[in-house]
Design a binder for this molecule. Sequence first.
Ligand code: AMP
Ligand code: MG
Length: 488
Amino acid sequence: MPFTLRGDDVCQPTPPTPIPNPYWVAFSASAAKLIDLELGAVGLPKDPDWLELLAGNQLNVGELTFSSPISTAYSGHQFGSWAGQLGDGRAILLGDMNQLELQLKGAGKTHYSRMGDGRAVLRSSIREFLCSEAMHALGIPTSRALSVVGSKQRVIREKLETAAVCSRIAPSFIRVGHFEHFASLQNIVRLKDLADLLMSEFYPKCLNKNDPYLSLFKEISARNAKLVAQWQSVGFCHGVLNSDNISVLGLTIDYGPFGFLDHFEIDHICNHSDHGGRYAYHRQPQIMHWNMACLASAMLPLLELKYSPEESQAHLRSALEEFPVTYAKEWQQAFRSKLGLQLEIESDIELIERLLQAMHDSKVDFTTFFRQLSNIQKDSRPTDITQRDEFLDRENIDQWFTDYIHRLQKEVLGDEARKGMMNQVNPKYILRNHLAQSAIEKAQQDDFSEVARLQLILSKPFDEQEIFGDYAKPPPVDMQRIEVSCSS
Ligand code: AMP
Ligand code: MG
């Protein structure tokens, strides 16, 4: 058995609650490979008992039995304030396969459900499924989604909806909130157990360092700095960057009211319930840094096992200062690649920032703009570049294109080779809100074909896939402002 939280101060036995007459809504053959799940001809599990298992209706399939499903306790900061104990209110860890944890989300009440019903609705389950698999295909660290199983069981949200269970897979679902949990209980022994287990399973190199806990903190922080840089580079907004939604493995987890940018708007807020814009696109890096400060303060007692309180604080403070440095490096690297720049020239940063400002001012579609940028050649003339028509201030963008072309001329790579490279980092297809919405609306009428189609297209986001060209387009005007709330 690999790493799993143990002890009744952090987890409770939690059998899933069955749902009536489950059916497949979506399934990922690619995620199934991770756990060596045998599939039949139609790309679904060969053994039909898997449907019952992933619905939470039984705990065994063939020889396989999940004998001790659990839910875990974590605590955390929500929207900047200490929220106390939270926990897996609707996620149940069935167990592990191939060193990976298999979780059911929406499989009924747990010890930590508080006032909630432990269920998830069809729409949010489809969104989590599609986005997990899309992020993976974009090369961004994420929990994976194996399936969505639907049922006609009703659940009450703002209106009556139907329930679904999404199954997800990750090496571990441990969060910053798990550290905060033991820290808030001032249980240093258990805090240490948690850090020790995390190192032995996932960060073995830290064990050999002079200061293993400090080194663990730095590694977690660096992974999350890199993660946010990757989000920014594809225009992904998480929506609820509370400390209980931050993975200590640097994975994107807990997909809720997330959104990809359509037109570039630096302060875009994807979560309709985020009135103050705490989790707006441009704030994600600083908010992740803030979450790392929460982790640092939770880990402080571990450093105090070796150092004085003052020394411990000083060590963690300077480790925290590495976050913006790592983030800036990763962000610059990511955006240089988006522009097809291999050489590192200092003025590149200004060039990138000028472009983003112009895109913001003219509300230019983020994904299509970068995708088409690869058509520019070293001998292109700014006034011939059709993309200039998307900008209100032509003079400004012509100057930018002029500077960009000059900059390209310094590169060794030829136009074709650069185009190939750029098209490997600038996706053509992302999970736009309006696409998810239309797949959901069909699914609510029991037609799951659009979910499958989107899943297929988004599994190859960098490929041209000409026949699906319409899926690359920005949303029609009437679908530009779909609001996504926390309710799920
Ligand atoms: P989230 O915003 O989805 O990360 O959820 C925040 C917290 O609320 C987590 O502790 C969840 O487990 C819990 N939660 C959300 N929805 C429900 C629900 N329907 N039933 C029980 N707990 C829930
Ligand atoms: Mg959560």
